[in-house]
Design a protein around this ligand. Structure first.
Ligand SMILES: [Zn+2]
Length: 445
């Protein structure tokens, strides 16, 4: 994950309903709902880690064991923090929030994927709000001539026929088909701005239903034409992977959008439901743990991308203006810096980035300069699982203490607990602060 993600979340940013079907939400207060979400994430994360560990032990799969360990650490109730009196520095209001001290950044992690989804929703909304719909002359398929038409927001779902392949292979084929589709002149002409996300579900026969959601600005174009274009791309991708295309076509669903916020919620969900991982065959799950880089699950292109670039520049200018009259270590400046970081959508890795940024800070005290740049997967290969565990738990402790310290500095009047309501050990944090001060380590805030 990125280095400066905002660890606290207002209730408005949580997609409560999609996560909590089994709770009677009406019976709970807002605070109660948020805690239920945290409980739920902690539980599903721990369950997934346990399933993975079971499979990994049987197969003696070291990377998967390391993966399970990291996921477990992220889902640990002690790794969560809660606070009743976070302060919104813009409005002065206080709010309840929770977060994870350490973010594993792994694709199977319900905490980290939920955080990524919230970030994607936020970016999407800003980009949509700042991109105008235009009147343009274009070829109309109905009249068979050129007309002037205003663009609309449309929601397109692209799916592929069923194949009996692992998630990794299915995902590669989907990526190839998408690459072909987005480069078509047809796509560029009729969908001048696209926000794309990928999602999958697991069918009862354990095949993967991988689909793409596009939230696009477009002119009117008949669904049948999109279907034709998409089918030809999927057919080519299947061909390249040596799979027979038996269906008559790849499916497309096209809808006009009347509720942008609702559409953004629909598009920026998690890559899959947490319970999907239970249904995935052991060997597929183990294969997933080896994937270092997933292709982009969330992608912004065309005119939306230009808007994004413009917003980045605006935000950077605003942050610079702020820090010129505020102490740059102040919470305001930090808030802006974190806001900017929301836009780092270019590189999506699976748990590798946290190593390079967050966790690497720890390397100062525990490992050599060379190890600092190593990913956790390489480290396991190199030093073995036992030694890696030792290193990892030192990193966990360091990262958690660092996060606690930053939160305390940012919210000096707030009281923090873990997910079980246990108060933080301030003496321990103070000792940690002194230790890093004596080493001259910057807090980075
Ligand atoms: Zn995580």
């Amino acid at each position: 994950m990125t280095k400066n993600y905002v660890p606290t979340k207002k209730l408005a940013d949580l997609d409560l309903n999609s996560e909590l079907k089994s709770f009677d939400l009406n019976l709970l207060s807002k605070r109660g709902k948020a805690i239920s979400v945290a409980d739920y994430r902690s539980e599903t994360g721990a369950e997934t880690a346990a399933i993975l560990e079971r499979h990994a032990l049987k197969a003696d799969h070291k990377i998967a064991l390391g993966y399970a360990e990291r996921l477990q650490a992220c889902s640990d109730r002690y790794n969560f923090y809660m606070c009743d009196d976070f302060v919104d520095f813009q409005t002065g209001e206080t709010f309840f929030g929770f977060g994870n001290l350490l973010g594993c950044g792994l694709k199977l992690c319900p905490n980290c994927t939920a955080r990524a989804a919230a970030r994607n929703r936020k970016i999407s909304l800003r980009v949509l709000d700042n991109t105008d719909l235009q009147n343009r002359e274009h070829f109309c398929f109905i009249t068979g001539g050129y007309i002037v038409e205003q663009e609309q927001h449309r929601f397109v779902t692209l799916t592929m026929p069923k194949i009996f392949k692992s998630l990794k292979v299915t995902s590669k084929i989907k990526k190839r088909a998408w690459d072909l589709f987005r480069k078509l002149k047809f796509t560029k002409t009729y969908f001048p701005a696209i926000i794309k996300t990928a999602e999958f579900t697991v069918r009862a026969d354990r095949t993967y239903h991988y689909h793409l959601h596009l939230l696009a600005i477009s002119y009117f174009v008949p669904e049948a034409l999109i279907k034709e274009a998409w089918t030809s791309c999927v057919r080519t991708a299947f061909d390249e992977f040596g799979i027979e295309f038996e269906a008559t076509q790849a499916n497309v669903n096209l809808k006009l959008i009347y509720d942008l916020h609702g559409a953004v919620k629909e598009v920026c969900k998690y890559i899959t439901k947490s319970d999907s991982w239970e249904k995935i065959p052991a060997e597929h799950l183990l294969e997933i743990t080896e994937i270092r880089r997933w292709d982009r699950m969330f992608e912004i292109s065309g005119r939306f991308r230009q808007t994004l670039a413009k917003l980045k520049v605006q935000d950077a200018a605003a942050a610079a203006a702020l820090s010129s009259f505020l102490d740059n270590k102040s919470t305001f400046a930090e808030g802006m810096a974190r806001e900017l970081d929301y836009f780092n959508t270019d590189v999506i890795t699976d748990g590798e980035l946290s190593e390079a940024s967050e966790i690497a800070e720890d390397s100062v005290e525990i490992s050599s300069e060379k190890q600092k740049r190593k990913s956790w997967r390489d480290l396991i290969e190199e030093v073995g699982l036992d030694k890696y565990r030792e290193i990892f738990y030192r990193q966990v402790e360091y990262t958690r203490n660092m996060r606690k310290l930053r939160l305390i500095i940012k919210y000096p009047d707030s009281t923090f607990t873990d997910l079980d309501g246990r108060a933080w050990d301030l003496v321990e944090i103070e000792a940690f602060a002194q230790r890093i001060a004596s080493r001259g380590i910057e807090l980075g805030i």
